[in-house]
Design a protein around this ligand. Structure first.
Ligand SMILES: NC(=O)C1=CN([C@@H]2O[C@H](COP(=O)(O)OP(=O)(O)OC[C@H]3O[C@@H](n4cnc5c(N)ncnc54)[C@H](O)[C@@H]3O)[C@@H](O)[C@H]2O)C=CC1
Ligand SMILES: O=C(O)C1=N[C@H](C(=O)O)C[C@H](O)C1
Length: 266
């Protein structure tokens, strides 16, 4: 496989560190620069706690793209910054692989149009873990037969967005196969606001944030006399790296924006 020149945004984060390691362990990946909110002009090796790599650190993504001309950007920052970085990548003809969550459907549609206008690929992956993709696919299948469903997502307490991108995507996939419906008692009330969770077309989504958790989700279906629970657990961030690698390799041959790895892992 030809060498792929990569830039990682967010290299000091939980995900960013794993991604830096991935690039060092993958023969055809060449990490040419990183984008950080500070340490502009340093080498990565000069940043506390980072590996001994002579890779330049930029705070200005446009300068980075102009000077380094990477093939692919991997963004693992925050919902707010991920959107800005995706747009900048498309403007510079760099193919974005975006792990940050929090995109609305309108934003995704607009960015897809932009990617197609530029004729380059882009991937937004709410979850890179193969097990999570399977959980979402299985949940979509189950919803055809058991349309009453609630989603319980559980994450570490440093997470910024709620519900998680995975929960959002799961609900979207389920909504493709079931009619919107009100669940629970027709006269139910919430004596404490939020007790029934968020409401997406009648599906309830509950977000738990606790130290000690990484990324977990249960999709619980109920029918007369039975329940079905589909559960996925990421017990560390290594779980996401095969999906990051696959996304980097795949984005090069796309000419549109793909939202969700279920479109790539058939
Ligand atoms: N798609 C997936 O499978 C996964 C996605 N995520 C998402 O990835 C993102 C990062 O997650 P974590 O690594 O756990 O968060 P984190 O908080 O550990 O790391 C985020 C990093 O981004 C950096 N950052 C902030 N602003 C920046 C900027 N302007 N330029 C460059 N870097 C900047 C921060 O300094 C920090 O080091 C989150 O949005 C999270 O939801 C997390 C795990 C899996
Ligand atoms: O912030 C996280 O940690 C995660 N974010 C993604 C999401 O919002 O679904 C993916 C995974 O759940 C971990």
């Amino acid at each position: 496989m030809n060498e792929i020149k990569l830039v990682i945004a967010g290299p000091r984060g939980n995900m960013g560190r794993e991604a830096v390691t991935l690039t060092q362990e993958t023969e055809h990946f060449s990490l040419v620069a990183v984008i950080d909110s500070k340490h502009d002009g340093k080498w990565l090796s000069e940043v506390d706690g980072m590996p001994e790599l002579d890779i330049p650190v930029y705070t200005d993504i446009k300068q980075c793209f102009t000077e380094q001309k990477p093939d692919v950007l991997i963004d693992l920052t925050s919902p707010e910054i991920g959107k800005i970085h995706l747009e900048a990548a498309l403007d510079h003809g760099v193919r974005p692989v975006i792990g940050t969550t929090g995109f609305t459907q309108e934003e995704i549609d607009r960015l897809r149009t932009k990617a197609e206008d530029k004729g380059i690929g882009a991937i937004i992956a709410p979850n890179f873990a193969i097990g999570a993709i399977l959980m979402m696919k299985f949940a979509q299948t189950a919803a055809r037969y058991m349309p009453d469903v609630e989603i319980l997502e559980m994450h570490h307490d440093r997470k910024l967005d709620a519900p998680s991108g995975t929960a959002h995507k799961t609900a979207q996939l389920i909504s493709e196969v079931r009619e919107a419906k009100k669940q629970g008692h027709e006269n139910e009330t919430e004596d404490l606001q939020g007790a029934r969770g968020a409401d997406m077309e009648g599906m309830r989504i509950h977000s738990i944030r606790l130290p000690g958790l990484v990324a977990h989700q249960e999709v619980i279906f109920g029918g007369p006399g039975q329940t079905l629970t589909i559960r996925h657990d990421s017990i560390n961030r290594a779980s996401f790296m095969p999906g990051v690698r696959l996304s980097v390799e795949t984005v090069l041959s796309l000419d549109t924006l793909v939202y969700g790895l279920e479109h790539i892992i058939e």
